[in-house]
Ligand binder design. Structure first.
Ligand code: PLP
Length: 423
């Protein structure tokens, strides 16, 4: 008796309405440069860099070679205690050198949520060791997305990601601050009491929450508020790191010197799962000094995974050798100019761009995004919808100017052929 389930039947997609996802699966089979090929034979331009990570494009032989060579040498060896491996040590030194935190120490993880978890734990540990045990609350911005581990879920500024677990927050000591209103942030800090606050975590440019750049002076002001009140500042650069805002880190662009920086995605451009936290001397030094140095009781089997680290180093080589950070800065200007006129469509509520090589085209709430995305697919462009009915545009840095024009044109086509409900 043949009782085999259909191919892929067991796969449970993250963040998916499964009855729909199963019916409308789009299976990506190959990737080359900015182009994707699906199992049903479509050729699509990757207008979102997958989930904001495929910065150097798909299918690079050099990164495959780096993985192969490292696996043949040593796939990995753990880095708990005194043990280490060469690619992890090399990568950490390089990240400390190129990162926005002078003298940083680097703890590596397997991804962005891991990094957020680590940074929030370390912020709390820091204040315990400072003998200020009351400082436990982690603040995050409305609209923020910091991954979906328990800390990331708890500090999400997207309430639907926090709902349904029986309490308002898996980690209770968390609270929201205004996305871009500094005076409101100051009031909130006063209300909660700085003596209760361990850290603020902030994406310099909010990604999943709808592509929201910082208001003029907001990030600098947030940093000043943190300094004034002895609150650690964690810059979540999981999306913005490694060139997305036209500088290696967004912290460089907005003049931030955070106490911690979380990274993932662009560190390998998705060729291997890897994340990390760059930790400033203010927080790290005590763990490195003297026989009584405390131990940070945190780590993952794959912290400093040798193959992932070797792949990351090869990715950073590509970014540097091909001058892709400068390319991203150029493409930001191209995209900003082309995408702005979409505002004229009566289906569009807002267009947000100009804070890096990424944009959000927010549709009115009545408008159905799916037919517009399908129309883009028909034009050979893959976009997706994120928070508040916003179309995400965040292409790889290796796009041509014409590719960017093609993406915007596809969205334009989607808007002009739309026949569904209107505002
Ligand atoms: N932080 C930010 C700003 C992100 O955008 C993401 C993922 O999109 C994360 C953290 C979580 O990263 P991961 O999905 O690798 O766990």
């Amino acid at each position: 008796m043949d009782r085999q389930a259909p191919f892929g039947d067991a796969y449970w997609n993250p963040q998916a309405h499964m009855p729909t996802a199963r019916q409308q699966r789009l299976v990506i089979e190959r990737g080359e440069g900015v182009w994707l090929k699906t199992t049903d034979g479509r050729r699509l331009l990757d207008a979102t860099s997958s989930l904001w990570h495929a910065n150097i494009g798909h299918g690079r032989e050099r990164l495959a070679r780096a993985a192969y060579d490292q696996m043949r040498t040593l796939e990995t060896y753990h880095t708990f205690g005194r043990t280490a491996n060469l690619p992890a040590l090399r990568l950490a030194d390089r990240l400390a050198e190129i990162g926005p935190v002078p003298g940083a120490k680097v703890m590596l993880t397997s991804g962005g949520s891991d990094s957020v978890d680590l940074a929030c734990k370390l912020a709390r540990r820091h204040w315990q060791l400072e003998d200020r045990p009351g400082k436990r609350v982690i603040l995050s911005r409305d609209h923020a997305y910091h991954g979906l581990h328990a800390f990331g879920t708890s500090v999400a500024g997207l309430s639907y990601n926090r709902d349904g677990y029986g309490t308002d927050s898996l980690v209770p000591e968390t609270a929201r601050i205004s996305t871009n209103d500094l005076a409101a942030v100051r009031r909130r800090i006063d209300e909660l009491g700085p003596d209760n606050i361990a850290a603020v975590i902030a994406e310099p440019v909010i990604g999943t929450g709808g592509v929201i750049g910082p208001a003029e002076g907001y990030l600098e002001g947030l940093q000043a508020l943190c300094r004034e009140h002895d609150i650690l500042l964690i810059a979540d650069e999981v999306i913005t790191g490694f060139g997305r805002t036209g500088r290696m880190f967004a912290s460089d662009r907005w003049g931030l010197q955070p106490d911690m920086v979380t990274i993932a995605k662009g560190v390998t451009s998705g060729y291997a799962p890897l994340g990390g936290v760059l930790v400033s001397p203010r927080v790290a030094d005590r763990f490195f000094a003297g026989p009584d140095a405390p131990i940070f009781r945190h780590g993952l089997t794959y912290s400093g995974h040798a193959t992932a680290c070797a792949v990351a180093s090869a990715n950073l080589d590509v970014i540097e050798e091909e001058d892709l950070v400068a390319r991203s800065a150029h493409l930001e200007r191209v995209l900003d100019k082309l995408v702005e006129p979409l505002r004229d469509s009566d289906l569009v509520l807002d267009v947000r761009s100009g804070a890096g090589f990424l944009a959000g085209v927010q549709l009115h709430p009545e408008v159905q995004a799916d037919p517009i995305i399908d129309a883009c697919l028909d034009q050979g462009v893959l976009v997706r919808v994120i928070h508040e009915n916003t179309l995400q545009i965040c292409p790889p840095f290796i796009c041509t100017d014409d590719d960017v024009a093609g993406i915007v044109h596809a969205v334009e086509h989607g808007l002009s052929t739309y026949t569904g409900p209107r505002p």
